[in-house]
Design a protein around this ligand. Structure first.
Ligand code: SF4
Ligand code: SF4
Length: 222
């Protein structure tokens, strides 16, 4: 899940300063789960802002990062949004940019800060386990991503600052390389190389088209 937190209301008001009418659009997926863009959140922010602004639209799309779906779901509200002075996106950064693309003539501002791809530990508690590097090497690291869970993003560690198995940067946390070592002691890992492959930043891409269904398997079998 993409984890977001709401900016404080004074910051949001400062973004909107000078605009009279505001369309508010939330996201029913990750933002709703983070309580930053669901129906209740949109209504709450709309109520607060209504003392200073004319709120023209209060709505929530299913997935604000989904361009086709969002365009379709906002079709009936297109004129109301275009006639508003400003669009407040209660979504993650990807959703904000989707809305900015769908409404190119509209000033679009974010209500939230977008933090991490978060594993959900329990309601409202998340941990960042993956930074989406584009080349997963978890087979080498016993299921612990050092690129993400080491604050220095080391791939071969521990660093010289590790102390008693604890991390130099966050001493209350275990050094991820010690976690890997301990797990390796208790299982029978095969095919583990001594050096973990370093991060190839060229694999971090900004556009991706998935192969057609099973195309990669077909290629392999030919
Ligand atoms: S190695 Fe890359 S893809 Fe795998 S968990 Fe870490 S950041 Fe994510
Ligand atoms: S102690 Fe371990 S987890 Fe912490 S910064 Fe050094 S290598 Fe990374």
């Amino acid at each position: 899940m993409i984890v977001t937190t709401l900016k404080d209301i004074e910051t949001i008001k400062a973004f909107l300063k000078g605009y009279g009418s505001i369309a508010i659009i939330g996201c029913g997926a990750c933002a709703a789960a983070c309580q930053t863009g669901g129906k209740d959140d949109v209504m709450r922010i709309a109520n607060i802002l209504s003392t200073d602004f004319n709120i023209t639209v209060k709505t929530v799309v299913d997935e604000a990062c989904h361009h086709l779906l969002t365009r379709k779901q906002l079709r009936d509200l297109k004129d109301a949004i275009n006639n508003s002075d400003c669009l407040l996106a209660m979504t993650c950064g990807a959703g904000v940019q989707c809305l900015a693309e769908l409404f190119p003539d509209k000033k679009t501002v974010p209500s939230s800060d977008t933090h991490i791809l978060g594993n959900v530990l329990r309601v409202g508690q998340f941990k960042n386990y993956c930074s989406m590097c584009g080349e997963c090497t978890l087979d080498q690291t016993e299921g612990f991503c050092t690129k993400t869970r080491c604050p220095k993003s080391h791939v071969n560690g521990p660093c010289g600052g590790m102390h008693d198995g604890k991390c130099e940067v966050f001493p209350d946390k275990d050094c991820v390389f010690i976690s890997i070592y301990n797990k390796r002691k208790t299982n029978s890992s095969k095919n583990v190389s001594k050096d973990i492959k370093g991060r190839d930043f060229s694999k971090k891409i900004d556009e991706l088209e998935l192969p057609r269904k099973n195309e990669h398997l077909r290629k392999k079998n030919n």
